[in-house]
Design a protein. Sequence first.
Length: 206
Amino acid sequence: MKHELVIATNNPGKAREFKAVFEPAGWQIKTLADFPQLDQVKETGRTFEANARLKADHFAQVLDQVVLADDSGLQVDYLHGQPGVYSARYAGADHDDAANNARLLAELGGVAPEQRQANFHSTLVLAWPGRPDADLVVAGDVAGEILSVPRGVDGFGYDPLFYLPELTKTFAELSAVEKTKYSHRGAAIRNLMPRWQAWWQEQERN
């Protein structure tokens, strides 16, 4: 199978993060934007892994190509882990970043800074067409805090509110290189890199 990888996303921000890692290694990257005829997969899973598997397995089968899918979300301690798997549609509509951030700020209104700890999580699933039992699954996490006022103009989702004390920056203030180094998705990708080429070779042999 040719060294082409489909990233199961229409999110240009996510696509940039994956391309920054895989394209320099010589892999051709496509996203769902290259296949506009495809219907979206409903993320009905109750865990990040379940949702990532739904997307990866479905598109790998439909496209007959290797697919990498991720499901990521923000887990706020004060909100008992919410919005979690509902991060992208926290305010109702899907991927309405402004509305999601507004709801998060409302939910944390009046909450002291020391009670605004949060975790960003990402689960990645790499799927081979026709072999859902062979899915390669990895995860990554990063701890931070939720600000009361957004900062930064880069990034997407909750990035302007997610603050890394050790860098004194939000995700939306990081460069692309910094984002790959410090983000939850970057951590998941680093956990994927030592394993995925051996996994690919094994699938080719089978």
